[in-house]
Each structure stands twice: as C-alpha cells, then as structure tokens.
Design a protein around this ligand. Structure first.
Ligand SMILES: *Cc1c(COP(=O)(O)O)cnc(C)c1O
Length: 388
C-alpha cells in the first residue's frame, strides 16, 4: 500500500537503513566506552568498533584505513580539507581553484579564506554542469595550493571528470580535494585510480546516521599534511580532536559495507526507475533535463518545466511528494538555484526546476504515483489561461 507523502529527496538526506541502526545500537548502551580509554575493556571494545568501521569505510573508496579521519559530517570534512591545506601550505602560496557549482560548505569556506588573504578562482561550468579540464590546467599558478572540485553535484547529479582533474593536479604537484558526498556509496569511487588526495563524505547521504562523516587524506605519493581545525586530545592522528562518535562511526562503517556490496545491483535498479520517471515527465513536452544526461548519478533527475510557474507547480504536488525545488528559500524571497544559473538557465526556468532523488527505499509504485501526480499538476496548470 502506498503511504503518503512519498520521499524523493534522498540527496538531502537518506533514512538510516535498519541494518545500520542494528550495528549502532550496542555502542549506545552496553558497549558505551570511550575509544580513547586505553586501560579497560570498555575502551577497547569501542576502539575495536572504530577500527572495524575505519576498514569498512576505507575499503569502499580504495584507501588505507590509516588515511580515514572521522568527522561530524561533510561540512566539517570540507572545512578541514580546505582550511587545513590552506594553512599548512601557506609558505607555498595562497591560491585555491574551485568551481561555481560547489556545495555551500566549499564555497563559504573559500569565501572565508578570501577574507584572510586567499585568492580563489571559481571555474565556470558548461550547460551540462561540467568544468573544462583545459581551463583548470590554465588556471594553475605557482601559488596554487589546492584544487577543490566536487565529485558529483548534489542538485543535478552531474559527475565531474574526476580522473582528468586528478591527472592535471598530479602533473602540477597540486593537492586535489573532492567533495564526494553524493558519489560515495552510489558509484565506484577509488582514490588511487581517481588521483584524489583528499575526499569528503557523509554518513547521512548513504543510509547512515546524521552527524558523522569522514575525510580521506592521502598518506603516500604524495603525503598530504593538514593543519588541524580542532585542537584537543590529539585524536585521529592529531588532525581532528574530540571524543569519537562511536555509534555514529560504527553506523558509517556498516553503511559503507552495505553500499559496497549492493552498489552494482542497486544502481541498475535506481537508474531504471529514474529513467521511467524522467521519460514519463519529458513526454509532457517543454520539460528539460538539467545536468549531464550521458554521465549522471543513477538516482537523480533534475527537470525544468517550461510554461508553468515553479511555485504553483510545487504547491500543486508537494503535500504528497517530497522533492527539492530549484529555488532556495534561504531568505524571504526565493532565489533561483546558483547551480542552475551557473549552467546558463534563465531565472524563470530555474524557478520551475525540481530535483527528484530516488533511494534504496524507493519503490516502483512510488515512482508511478509521483509521475502521475506531477503530470496531472503540470497539465492542469498549463491548461489554465495563465500559461498560454
Ligand atoms: C549534504 C552535502 C554536504 C553537507 O554534508 P553534511 O554531512 O550534512 O554536513 C556537503 N557537500 C555535498 C555535496 C552535500 O551533498
């Protein structure tokens, strides 16, 4: 039976998988120890759970367990990577290269560093949301200390040419950081093959709990060093002090292991469902896909609906369908998405854009319901004389 509302906003957050919750439970109660307690079995049990999770997380991205730093989520990982590298390499230079469509956790961190003397290049994207690797190559200067380009975009699902970026970074000897929050657990990510030196991700985007994430920091070839942004007891090899969130970390580990096992089949299932939804909506006419249709995350479609009004459309179906809209109501007035604007969309189409992000618990019945009710709303709006 279909239960309303249906959830099509898995890029905003995912539910915790019951198997993940089960892996976390013991560490709240009987195995509640502090992983830094060295002198008793309570501490040892917690440390063992953390060490097991570190292996599970490292395995998912092809890293060594010693290269994983646990954090409170991707926002913290983004801050630690960018500020940590900028501080550490201050003697070399002050130039950072990033991209116009990054998540706010990257853009706001760069803006913060600009106030402290950083020079930041924001690479543009094309209509599919991709940067031009040649433009990246040309933007690198002797003072460049970091390239920060996301793996896959949260609004459109566009996957960046990560391996090309990694190769360019390596050629110039510049560390390459990628916010891979939307990619890890969904598509194969391999820090060695991809040539990524630092990689951020978060448990709650991959069926783990909120408030825990990780930063991969390469240890050899080259060894990347970071200035810690949190001082204290020297946890996580001194790079991130603070008592470890043991249940959260155990959950992130289990979430990573499940994603790794199920990725191939799940990505096929989701892209089939996504394509069904997308094809059905495109059949309405004057509906446009935002992002790179040839190479996208399997579970995401971002669509602009021409000849409608975004607000009216949303209020037509948002009681029953949870989606994300192309306008962000961060202020009193809705602002069109800066990601879609950077891809060249005009305001009107950006306002009438929606991101449908499917997930592990999305069923075909839910997709059919979503398709039907969005279709009906669009047809009804278009037939009113407002949008002739
Ligand atoms: C969700 C998200 C973040 C923020 O992650 P938190 O764990 O919620 O801090 C950062 N970057 C991208 C691309 C995201 O999708």
């Amino acid at each position: 039976m279909l239960i309303l509302p249906v959830y099509f906003d898995n890029n905003a957050t995912t539910p915790v998988d019951p198997r993940v919750l089960a892996a976390m439970m013991p560490y709240f109660t009987e195995a509640f120890g502090n992983a830094a307690s060295r002198h008793h079995s309570f501490g040892w049990a917690a440390a063992e759970a953390v060490s097991f999770a570190r292996e599970q997380v490292a395995a998912l991205i092809g890293a060594d367990p010693s290269e994983i730093i646990f954090t409170s989520g991707a926002t913290e990982s983004d801050n630690l990577a960018i500020k940590g590298v900028f501080d550490m390499y201050a003697g070399k230079g002050n130039h950072i290269i990033t991209c116009a469509t990054e998540h706010k956790a990257v853009l706001d961190t760069c803006a913060h560093l600009q106030k402290q003397g950083a020079e930041v290049t924001y690479l543009p994207v094309n209509s599919r949301g991709l940067i031009d690797p040649a433009a990246l190559d040309a933007a690198i200067r002797p003072a460049t200390v970091l390239i920060a380009i996301m793996y896959a975009n949260n609004e459109t699902g566009t996957i960046m040419p990560v391996r090309e970026i990694g190769a360019i970074a390596k050629k110039h000897g510049v560390p390459f950081f990628s916010d891979a929050t939307q990619a890890v657990g969904k598509i194969p990510v391999d820090v060695l093959a991809d040539g990524v030196d630092l990689l951020a991700f978060s448990a709650h985007k991959m069926y783990g709990p909120k408030g825990v994430g990780a930063l991969y920091v390469r240890r050899r070839n080259p060894r990347i060093r970071l200035t810690p942004q949190m001082d204290g007891g020297g946890h996580e090899r001194g790079m991130r002090s603070g008592t470890l969130n043991v249940p959260g970390i155990a959950g992130l580990g289990r979430a990573a292991a499940i994603c790794q096992t199920e990725m191939e089949a799940e990505s096929r299932r989701l892209s089939t469902l996504r394509d069904k939804l997308e094809t059905g909506l495109l059949a309405l006419g004057r509906v446009y896909v935002n992002g790179n249709p040839d190479y996208r995350l399997p579970h995401v479609t971002n669509l602009s609906f021409g000849r409608t009004d975004g607000q009216l459309l949303l209020s037509g179906f948002n009681k029953n369908i949870a989606v994300s809209s192309g306008s962000a109501c961060t202020s009193a007035l809705p602002e069109p998405s800066y990601v879609l604007k950077a891809m060249g969309l005009d305001d009107e189409l950006a306002y009438a854009s929606f991101r449908f992000s499917l997930g592990r618990f999305t069923t075909e019945e839910q997709v059919d319901y979503c398709l039907q009710s969005v279709k009906e709303t669009v047809i009804k709006l278009r037939s009113s004389d407002l949008f002739v």
